[in-house]
Design a protein around this ligand. Structure first.
Ligand SMILES: NC(=O)C1=CN([C@@H]2O[C@H](COP(=O)(O)OP(=O)(O)OC[C@H]3O[C@@H](n4cnc5c(N)ncnc54)[C@H](O)[C@@H]3O)[C@@H](O)[C@H]2O)C=CC1
Ligand SMILES: O=C(O)C(=O)Cc1ccc(O)cc1
Length: 367
C-alpha cells in the first residue's frame, strides 16, 4: 500500500511496527515522531523510519495511517493533541497500547468527528525497550487484538489489517472491556506477581546475601518480566485499575487457600493443587516465533541435555521421515525445552508424532 505512515512513539513496539509495515509495503513513507530525540535519530540511522517529523501536528496532517506507540497514558495525550489537527479525510488512526478501555474512550471525540480510530494491541513484545530492540518479526504468529467501535466500517478495519499484514500476526476482534479483562489475567497481573517475587527476594537478601547469588536459575526465569520498562507498567496499572483490583482480591483468596493446605500439611490437596495447575498449563497452546511458517509443526517437550536433538532426529531418520526444519524455540522451565520440528506434510507430522511417542516418553503437541 502506498501512503504516509506516522509512527508516534518509536520504541520497541513502534519500531517493530514500522519495520513490519516497510516489509509488506516498501513503497510506504514512514515518518517518526518521539519526545526522545535520540530514539528518533537512532531510528533514522537504523533505517526504521524514512523521515523525522518536525512536529506531531505537521506529520499527522499528511498521514494516511497514524500508529500511536507511546506508553498508554502518553497515548491518551497524543489522542487529545490529534483532536485539533486537520487530518486527511481517509486517515486511519490506531494504537498499540496494552490497555484498551481508557484509550478507546479518549478517542471518542475523534470518532465523533468521523476519524477512523481502531484500538489495537499486538500481544507480543519483550522486557526490552527502545528502538534498538525493534524487529520486523516480533509479532509473527502472535495474536493482534483490534477493538473497533461501531463508528468504523468493516472495510476500514480490513484496510488497517492490510497495512499491518507484515506483522504476520493473527488478528482477533474484542470489545475494549473484554480485552482489558482477559489481558489483565494473562499479562498485567503476572507482571505484578513477578515484581513482588523480586521485592520479596530483595528483602530476604538484606538478611542473607546468598539469596541473589542462588537466584541465578529458575528464579531469574520466572521473574524475567520484572525487568520490563517501569513507566510502561505504571501506566498500564493506572489504566486497568478496576480489573486489577478484582484480580488482587482473587489472588489473595487463592493464596489463602493454598496457604491453608500447607499450614494443615494436607498433602493430598497440595498435590492436587500442583497437579491441576500442571494439567492446565501443559494444555496451553505453544506460540511459535520467528520467520519460519508454522505449517505441519510438531512441538516436543525435551529435557535440556546435549544430544537430545540427535536422539530424536536419529529415530526419525530410521523411519525415513524428513524434517524441513528443527529448532529449540523456547526454554520452558529449568530442565525442559521445546523443540519445534517442521514437516512438509500432515502425514509426515503424524508419523513423526507416533515415532517419537514410541521411542521416548517426551510429550508432543501439534499446536
Ligand atoms: N513492550 C512490550 O512488550 C509491549 C508493549 N506494548 C505497548 O506498546 C507501547 C510502547 O511500548 P514499548 O515500545 O515497549 O516502549 P518503549 O519504551 O520501547 O517506547 C516508547 C516510546 O514512546 C516515546 N514516548 C513517550 N511519550 C511520548 C509522547 N508523548 N509522544 C511521543 N512519544 C512518546 C518514548 O520516548 C519511547 O521512545 C505501550 O503502550 C505498551 O503498553 C504492547 C505490546 C507489547
Ligand atoms: O516480555 C513478555 O513476555 C511480555 O509480556 C511482553 C508484553 C508486554 C506487554 C504487552 O501488552 C504484551 C506483551
Amino acid at each position: 500500500m502506498q501512503g504516509n505512515v506516522l509512527i508516534a512513539g518509536l520504541g520497541l513496539i513502534g519500531g517493530s511496527i514500522a519495520l513490519a509495515i516497510k516489509r509488506a509495503h516498501p513503497e510506504a513513507w514512514i515518518i517518526g515522531y518521539d519526545v526522545a530525540n535520540e530514539q528518533l535519530r537512532l531510528a533514522r540511522s537504523l533505517g526504521v523510519i524514512d523521515e523525522i517529523a518536525s512536529s506531531l501536528a505537521e506529520a499527522a496532517e499528511t498521514a494516511d495511517l497514524i500508529v500511536l506507540a507511546a506508553p498508554v497514558v502518553q497515548t491518551e495525550k497524543l489522542l487529545c493533541e490529534l483532536e485539533s489537527v486537520p487530518l486527511k479525510e481517509h486517515v486511519i488512526v490506531t494504537d498499540v497500547g496494552s490497555t484498551k478501555e481508557r484509550i478507546v474512550a479518549k478517542a471518542r471525540p475523534l470518532l465523533e468527528k468521523g476519524v477512523a480510530f481502531i484500538g489495537g494491541h499486538p500481544m507480543a513484545g519483550s522486557h526490552k525497550s527502545g528502538v534498538a530492540a525493534a524487529r520486523a518479526h516480533l509479532f509473527e504468529n502472535a495474536f493482534y487484538i483490534l477493538t473497533p467501535t461501531e463508528h468504523v466500517s468493516p472495510e476500514t478495519v480490513s484496510s488497517l489489517k492490510r497495512w499491518l499484514e507484515g506483522t504476520k500476526a493473527h488478528f482477533v476482534t474484542l470489545t475494549p472491556k473484554e480485552h482489558d479483562r482477559i489481558v489483565g489475567v494473562i499479562s498485567h497481573f503476572p507482571h505484578i506477581i513477578a515484581a513482588s517475587l523480586v521485592h520479596q527476594a530483595q528483602q530476604y537478601e538484606r538478611e542473607d546475601e546468598l539469596v541473589s547469588r542462588l537466584a541465578a536459575g529458575g528464579f531469574r526465569d520466572i521473574t524475567r518480566i520484572a525487568s520490563s520498562n517501569p513507566e510502561m507498567w505504571r501506566d498500564i496499572f493506572i489504566h486497568n485499575k478496576e480489573e486489577l483490583l478484582q484480580l488482587f482480591d482473587r489472588w489473595l483468596a487463592e493464596m489463602e487457600k493454598i496457604r491453608a493446605y500447607v499450614a494443615a500439611g494436607d498433602s493430598e490437596q497440595i498435590y492436587r493443587y500442583f497437579q491441576e495447575a500442571k494439567q492446565f498449563r501443559d494444555g496451553l497452546p505453544v506460540r511459535t516465533k520467528g520467520a519460519i511458517p508454522s505449517f505441519y509443526d510438531l512441538y516436543v517437550d525435551v529435557p535440556d541435555y546435549p544430544g537430545v536433538i540427535s536422539e530424536i532426529t536419529g529415530y526419525l531418520a530410521k523411519e525415513r521421515i524428513s524434517i524441513t526444519n528443527i529448532r529449540i524455540i523456547e526454554t520452558r522451565e529449568d530442565i525442559y525445552g521445546v523443540l519445534r520440528l517442521s514437516f512438509q506434510t500432515e502425514e509426515d507430522r503424524q508419523r513423526a508424532k507416533r515415532c517419537i511417542e514410541t521411542h521416548t516418553n517426551y510429550e508432543t503437541h501439534v499446536g
